[in-house]
Design a protein around this ligand. Sequence first.
Ligand code: PFF
Length: 455
Amino acid sequence: MQKSPAPRANWATRFGFILAAAGSAIGLGNIWKFPYIAGQHGGGAFVLVYLACITLVGIPIMMAELAIGRQGQRDAVGSFVALEGPGSPWCLVGWGSVIAAFILLSFYAVVAGWSFDYLLKAASGGLRNRSPGEIEALFDQLVASPGRVIFWQALFLTANVAIVLGGIRTGIERWSKILMPALFALLLLLFIQGMRSDGGGQALAFLFRPDFSRLTPRALLDALGHAFFTLSLGAGVMITYASYLEPEADIRALSLRIAVLDTVVALVAALTIFSVAFSANLEAGAGPGLVFKTLPILLLRLPFGSLLALLFFLLLAFAALSSSISMLEVVVAYLIDEKGWSRRLATILVGFAVFLLGLPSALSFSLWQDVRPFFGHTFFEAFDALVSSWLLPLAGLFVALYVGWFWGSKRPNKTLPGGSLQGGLSAGWQLLLRFVAPAAVILILLNQLGLLPSG
Ligand code: PFF
């Protein structure tokens, strides 16, 4: 295996790393998915379970991924090679992660493309003077237009390629420093507007007053699965990003900061969306169409509605972009570190390959909606299930087992070059990583196999 001759890139500042990693974590998962699943599962009690999953499972696994990358100083596959040697079966975990990132980006770019389309609609006044029924129909029209969906998907991927071409400091870090503060400011503005609407109090009560009677086993598993997705675990992102950190970096403090930022954004986004929904007496359990179908109608009813809708879709586009560049970087870093490719060649080729792989997903709502080769599922549904329900949790499980059991047992004196790993984790975190996180992930997997009673 060839290694790149150039000195390894690194983050300019610790803060830049936090913004980039939080940028990966904060994405469509926070703004599109979390509010609607929290809504479907009845709010407060689900939020508590979700917080428990983030703390007990997500954060320990994030620490483990950061530790692997920080120590390995290579891409997601190469870090395992550096730690365990080239033929080690643990390298398969790295492989699984790179493949997960590649497939995930292919369909993530389709949904992100929809948000670009809405951004243009909002900016050009295309949402104004329309009846609620017309606005709802816009979404179905969009996803049924293959040309438009593919155009936005391609444009979104081009933006990703342009950023990742710039490398770590001048590409990913610089853009994260622009996108993330803008995202926080936009969210804050929308949040204030939402809280001032009539639904503010009701939204607070809905999300923070738990009603345990609404909690089902299904809610628990959804919370666990979403904790993985939202923290970008199992796709090599945290390994790859941490490989650009210096070996002394304090992974415990970094993980906590990333997870807290991600959680705060998810909660604030949900509060904002529910306050708007409740102010129009709408049901909280509106489902996946909540953000694209329902929300524009509601935002447009508020003072400065067109502007708010524009800001909201800008927020969604920024969140998607700061996440997708991390997926692209996982694959690009693999080709640079392991195959000796130039960043330029790797980024452009991977960008194009992801575009091609995404085409069946882009067409899953139009020309190919009846092409269902996977147990009656479209390509989009099948790719999503493969990644979110299988690859991410499986990779996360093995990361937890590796760092919790294997790595520690091979180096019992707990002193690793450049700062300790096991020693850096207090007994509490170690316990979570060794027992609680693997058990929880096995639970998710058993559930996918239909071996658990669902609620
Ligand atoms: N965390 C992102 C979100 O919440 O939208 C999704 C994601 C990004 C998952 C990167 C996995 C990943 F590697």
